[in-house]
Write a protein that binds this ligand. Structure first.
Ligand code: SAH
Length: 348
């Protein structure tokens, strides 16, 4: 059976190629076509002989996700893609345009098992993990469609990266490989709901990759309400693992904190958060929630402007570095998982 060549790491492919009598530099050539020239048809790889191209087509194919829908923000060019995978499942990726670079936000799972109350992805359930090839191909598919060069990658799309650990680590190494996309580890971030043992493992496996933890509340009482996984991994365990991570990597950890009106936007919450992160040299991203329909009693509304500022001032006072994340793509289905959810709903 033919295999998707994108699921192979460079080293694995060197092995595979040697079995069919192709030297290592042939892998370099194929990776150059795929990752740099975005050519997904072996027959068009003109520096390979017809014979080699045939050999490759007999054993491999190149599956790049198919574009189902695209939304481009009129305000800031933020571009959201809905992709179809080989098994007809759908995932999203996003391009974010900054003055000096383009960041890609990619998915790691179809759906998500974490089921955070404010997140549209979890509400559609969990289907399966993505393969390393499916993770990596979001990058090259976006580059090909929009003719851009992606400089930064955040694993912050659909899914919980640390619950698909092996494929995520493999995909990072592939994107970092100098024969492929060649993105520096320091330009890659992984965002997690907070799985303590995996955070420590990540510090050992990918010490240069940046880590963001979706904290969203300063204590277990409040976090339990919006992040169901907190019942398994408490705030204290997560903070402890973040400290270990810092010790091993010397990296600063970013904490994401979604601000929800009259739920976690009070002065007292900010004081508790500052206390929790004291002495860590942490960085806090304050994110006014993207409104999503809520099924329970809690309404996910953005805090008043003054409440956001008030929260920030408390962190400033305690010397906790922070920023209020500027919103992007507010005119398109910006919140995580919304585009896919609408697509699934319409299909039903
Ligand atoms: N599972 C990982 C990565 C995916 S979520 C994680 O939890 O970090 C990526 C980020 O988007 C998280 O910080 C998540 O909390 C945030 N997010 C999800 N829904 C949101 C919403 N409605 N408004 C603002 N941020 C949201």
């Amino acid at each position: 059976m033919r295999k998707n060549i994108l699921d192979f790491s460079y080293e694995e492919l060197v092995d595979e190629f040697s079995k069919i009598g192709l030297e290592k530099f042939r892998v370099d050539q194929v990776w150059d076509w795929i990752y740099k020239k975005h050519e997904f048809d072996f027959d068009k790889m003109t520096n390979l002989s017809k014979e080699h191209r045939n050999t490759l087509s007999e054993r491999f194919y190149i599956y790049v996700p198919e574009l189902l829908d695209i939304q481009i923000s009129q305000i800031d060019k933020t571009t959201k893609f809905l992709w179809k995978l080989e098994d007809d499942n759908t995932i999203e990726s996003v391009l974010l345009f900054h003055p000096d670079r383009i960041t890609a936000c990619i998915s790691t799972q179809v759906g998500c098992p974490a089921k955070c109350a404010f997140c549209a992805t979890g509400q559609s359930g969990f289907v399966r993990n993505l393969s390393a090839g499916e993770i990596v191909s979001q990058i090259i598919a976006m580059e090909k469609h929009r003719k851009v060069n992606i400089g930064n990658i955040v694993y912050m799309g659909m899914g919980e990266p640390l619950l698909n650990y092996k494929e995520v680590v493999k995909s990072v190494k592939m994107l970092n490989h100098k024969k492929g996309k060649n993105i520096s580890m320091r330009r890659i971030s992984i965002s997690t709901v907070g799985i303590p043992e995996k955070i420590v493992e990540l510090a050992q496996d990918l010490p240069e990759v940046k880590l963001a933890i979706s904290l969203h509340a300063p204590n277990n009482y409040k976090r339990d309400i919006i992040v169901p996984m907190n019942k398994k991994y408490s705030v204290e365990e997560i903070i402890q693992s973040a400290k270990e991570y810092q010790k091993i990597t010397k990296n600063r950890v970013t904490f994401e904190y979604i601000l929800i009106r009259e739920f976690n936007d009070f002065v007292d919450d900010a004081e508790k958060l500052a206390e929790l992160l004291k002495g860590m040299g942490a960085y806090v991203n304050l994110i006014p929630v993207n409104p999503v329909p809520s099924s329970g009693e809690l309404k996910f509304e953005r805090p008043h402007h003054w409440a956001i500022e008030r929260f920030k001032e408390v962190l400033d006072k305690h010397n906790i570095e922070n920023e209020i994340r500027r919103e992007k793509g507010t005119d398109i289905d910006a919140a995580c998982g919304q585009l896919r959810r609408r697509y699934i709903t319409n299909k039903k």
